[in-house]
Design a protein around this ligand. Structure first.
Ligand code: GDP
Ligand code: MN
Length: 389
């Protein structure tokens, strides 16, 4: 789960990291009221799950109520890389002398945690990696050993942070590591970590990705999830244990296995259509799983046809076929469903489907023919929809 900036800062705050005071605002009036309470100048910040908000006009300094009104009005509703801003974070402004970068993440190939610190913060770190890789100091941390003050002192020195910032930055890194480990994050990133004009070190931006597999240890995460900008479909899918990613096409896709789901998306594109989602039902494709998957896709108003692509290995196609038939009794599905069932017990599955075949369920033998049929149906029902207007 990715947190937006203010959620990340609240998470950091629990571990004692120095984040500036701020308040959430969903409207211009709330932004004005928050700024009055915080005192000027404030920063008006778009809360969306993408970086580069500053460059896109989503981060603005405001020195007066009138400026808050103007910036909040401009930023609310702004689309940043496809994410529409619905919420603002109003923060007490900081006087910046220097901008640094600091992060912890998992280096899977080294099987160790990786700390990265740079005196070149505030800009896109990928850009720094390309232009000036030596500007980033790295430290691998063995989780069994943990992190020591000596090690982080050495790290900030190698990163060439200004001498007066080093001790505070080292302490911040120790807390950030605790937050990363105890908080079960996959990534914690501060960009920028700043040195203020009066010599303090402060966290000005936060990017936090929590490890979903650790959710059972964190009942408090449920609250964060409720506030995130994910849709009803995404939340339903997650609660049902499905791996679901919304896309912007019109063919809903259900497949078993991430590889097959991805090839199905590609196949739909190849025959001239576009996928409305990626949905991997994983190893189990019984009646309940199929009903859940169909229910999630059914909530998407842009879906015009559903393509179910199952390759039976351990999963038996006849079970899947019965699952779909049962699912259709449980859920009232708006779109037609094209099926391609192949692999273990496919012949039996085809028999089951043939008995129940209707204009709702269409059986196809190959992935290509199924994709063509689904795309055709999605196109046909779209033009039908159009002629009703
Ligand atoms: P991002 O563009 O999405 O990474 O958003 P950031 O939160 O990192 O803000 C972008 C930039 O805005 C920072 O790198 C700073 O230069 C600037 N900025 C953010 N907060 C403040 C602040 O309190 N005071 C000042 N002067 N600049 C700020
Ligand atoms: Mn940033």
């Amino acid at each position: 789960m990715d947190l937006v900036e203010y959620q990340g800062k609240q998470y950091f705050g629990r571990y004692g990291l120095p984040v500036p005071p701020g308040e959430i605002a969903n409207t211009v009036a709330e932004a004005e009221a928050a700024a009055e309470r915080l005192g000027y100048p404030v920063v008006v910040k778009a809360q969306v799950q993408v970086g580069g908000r500053g460059k896109a006009g989503g981060v603005k300094l405001a020195g007066s109520r009138a400026e808050v009104t103007e910036h909040a009005g401009n930023i609310l509703g702004l689309s940043i890389k496809g994410h529409v801003v619905r919420r603002l974070w109003i923060e007490k402004a900081t006087d910046i002398a220097k901008e640094y970068y600091a992060s912890f993440t998992l280096d899977r190939s080294a099987k160790l945690h990786l700390a990265m610190v740079s005196a070149r913060g505030g800009v896109d770190i990928e850009q720094v990696v390309e232009e000036d890789p030596d500007a980033i100091a790295r430290l691998h941390v063995n989780p069994l050993d943990g992190l020591t003050l000596e090690a982080v002192r050495d790290l900030v020195e190698r990163a060439r942070l200004d001498p007066q910032a080093r001790e505070a930055a080292a302490e911040i890194l120790l807390k950030l590591y605790d937050c990363y480990i105890e908080g079960d994050a996959d990534l914690v990133e501060i960009n920028p970590l700043v040195l203020t004009t009066d010599g303090q070190v402060r966290v000005l931006d936060a990017k936090v990705t929590l490890d979903d597999d650790a959710a059972f240890r964190h009942p408090e995460w449920a609250e964060i999830d409720d506030l995130s900008d994910s849709s009803e479909r995404e939340r339903l899918a997650k609660s049902k244990g499905l791996s679901y990613i919304p896309l912007d096409g019109s063919v809903g896709i259900i497949a078993n296995g991430a590889g097959l789901a991805m090839s199905t998306v590609d196949m739909v594109n190849q025959v001239g259509g576009s996928a409305a989602n990626f949905l991997d039902v994983g190893g189990g494709a019984d009646a309940d799983v199929m009903a859940n998957a169909l229910e999630v896709i059914n909530l998407d108003p842009s879906v015009r046809a559903i393509l179910v692509n199952i390759f039976g290995g351990i999963v038996r196609c006849d079970d899947v076929a019965r699952g779909i038939v049962n699912a259709l009794e449980k859920v009232d599905i708006a779109s037609q469903i094209v099926l391609r069932l192949d692999g273990t017990n496919a012949a039996e599955a085809h028999k089951i489907i043939a008995e129940r075949a209707s204009e709702k369920i269409i059986n196809e033998r190959t992935m290509l023919s199924a994709a063509r049929r689904a795309v055709e149906l999605a196109g046909a029902s779209r033009s039908q929809g159009g002629s009703e207007l």
